[in-house]
Structures are given as C-alpha cells and as structure tokens.
Design a protein around this ligand. Structure first.
Ligand code: RTP
Length: 135
C-alpha cells in the first residue's frame, strides 16, 4: 500500500467533474486520505511545474493552473503512482485511451482535466507542498 497525489485541474473543477473523477479513483480501489479545494498562487504553481520551466508553454501552464480552484487529493492504494496514472490516461488526450479520465473528458493537452504524480518521490513532495505535512 502506498500513496500518490492527484489534482483535478481548474478545467475539471469548472466543468463539475470532481465527483465523477473522485468516483473513478474510488472504484479502482483507492482510498481518499486527504482532499481540499484550493486556489494556487503563481509561486505554488511555478514550484509544482518546476521541471517544465524551460518549456515554451510554461507561462500558459502557470496561467491555466492558477485560473480557478483545483481539487487536491492524497490517494492511498497498491502501486498508487502507476495505477493512478493508468486511471488518468496519456498526457495528450488525443493519445489517451477511452475509459481513462483524459480519454473520456478531455480533447486538448493544455487543459487535460487532472494531474497525477509521476514517481513516489514526486508524490511525497507534492503531498507535502499541497497539504503542508511531513509524509
Ligand atoms: P501532469 O503533471 O499534469 O500529470 O501531466 P503529465 O505528467 O502527464 O505531463 P508533464 O509532461 O508533466 O506535463 C505537465 C502538464 O503540462 C501541460 N502540457 N502542455 N502545451 C503543451 O504542449 C503541453 N505539454 C504539456 C499538460 O497540462 C500536462 O499535463
């Protein structure tokens, strides 16, 4: 049993998809350990996406992720990082399989509904950054 961090992005919150997205993770077998609707400031967004800060779309990414509330979650489950990413689907919705969140609800890589940690180390860091706890 381990943990991951998942966040419904502003487009998913604005479209009223939070309940359906939480349900998909619960149906898969995840347990919700912490969750909060929150508004990110630019500094928090820049830290979260630090690994992309040299990409040409970085400014748009920060604008987008701070454009409205996000729904942040700590999820617990077996092989949490990999299982959550399989529920989420490929980064670009064009490549995301039907039955995944991005495959079913998104069309554009710039607004792809949900984020999931990409490693155990990222999950630990993101849970700490978003929920201010030592985990
Ligand atoms: P995420 O961090 O959101 O779960 O996404 P990911 O691991 O699947 O993909 P990553 O490479 O970390 O990219 C983070 C987010 O940046 C946006 N993006 N935009 N305009 C573009 O070409 C582009 N490419 C990536 C996406 O919102 C992606 O989820």
């Amino acid at each position: 049993m381990n943990k991951t961090f998942v966040m419904v992005k502003p487009d998913g919150v604005a479209r009223g998809l939070v309940g359906r997205i939480v349900a998909r993770f619960e149906e898969k077998g995840f347990k919700l350990a912490q969750a909060q609707l929150m508004q990110l400031n630019r500094q928090q967004a820049e830290v979260h996406y630090e690994h992309l800060n040299e990409k040409p779309f970085f400014g748009e990414l920060v604008d987008f992720i701070t454009s409205g509330p996000v729904f942040a979650m700590e999820l617990h489950g077996t092989n949490a990082v990999k299982n959550a990413r399989s529920v989420i689907g490929a980064t670009n919705p064009v490549e995301a399989a039907a039955g995944t969140i991005r495959g079913d609800y998104a069309t554009d890589v710039a607004s792809n509904i949900v984020h999931g940690s990409d490693s155990d180390e990222s999950a630990e860091r993101e849970i700490r950054n978003f929920f201010n706890i030592n985990s």
